[in-house]
Design a protein around this ligand. Sequence first.
Ligand code: FO1
Length: 314
Amino acid sequence: LDWKPNVVLLVGGVGGAKLAYGLEKILSPEQLTVIVNTGDDFWHYGLRICPDLDTITYTLSGLVDTVNGWGLAGDTTITLDALRRLGETPWFRLGDQDLATHILRTQWWHEGCSLTEITGRLTSALGIGCAVLPMTDVPVATMIATREHGELPFQVYFVKNRWQPVIQSIRLDGIERARVTPEIVRAVRAADVILIGPSNPWLSINPILSVPGMRELLTARQIPRVAVTPIINGKAVKGPTAKIMQELSLPLTAETVVDYYGEVINGFVFDERDQNLRASLPYSASMDTLMDSDEKRLALARNLLEWIRDWKRL
Ligand code: FO1
């Protein structure tokens, strides 16, 4: 790439991690900042678990379990077996090696470290050069109102109930107390490009945009602000995006996502399988957005930045 922009990428878990991986390979470390959803975070067996931060961290460090897209490759679950022997029925798959991350994070949390600082220590220890930043240091919990079980904490909805209950509404508990961190302000002010990964707009990206001050911080920048579609051919690559759109009675196309992001974005990338779609935005393009190999992750990252480089001045 003959252009070296500062890139800020907003993501949730697995889908966003793949784009972060591609970008990390073609940019130098100081050029990439990944802002990560923390609405999925929760306390479990006394440990602070941050699934999306860990998915990004494990993916960028090359340690991720590529079959699931989360957790550590080759991890075992002997601790879960021991919990079962003590009468527990664990429903969240915490690997033995993954537990080390949660143990250290929790210790530092109780010592008064911010989540930004904790994440910096973990990513540095694993050799990651770019900045991985939680969307806020204040605990925010995504709560899902379901038809079948009333309101459920996110992981109870997503993992324990395998995202099968019908969603009625989504609430972000604690969001009014959340603050944009100084690290995020600095990164966004220095950015040449803002990207939104192909993550779930309602579950992963909306919590980030809902941190008070975040939308204003982003839209104040007159730079390319581009989202990559999480919908290909009326389907989500992974997870409940399409199911949620149906349950919220929204048309099942990428254009719904364009409308949902509204003024936050001025550009959008559809998948090449959706050639007929065009956004009512200054800039839109279609690309192969299905990142099912490392080569395709790099290719999408490169295609995105080359396309944006050639935009006429905003
Ligand atoms: N997802 C699952 O579907 N089942 C699990 O048991 C599970 C365990 C888990 C442990 C650590 C971690 O970092 C992630 C884990 N995930 C699991 C993924 C994660 O909960 C969700 O994919 C995200 O929260 C959605 O973005």
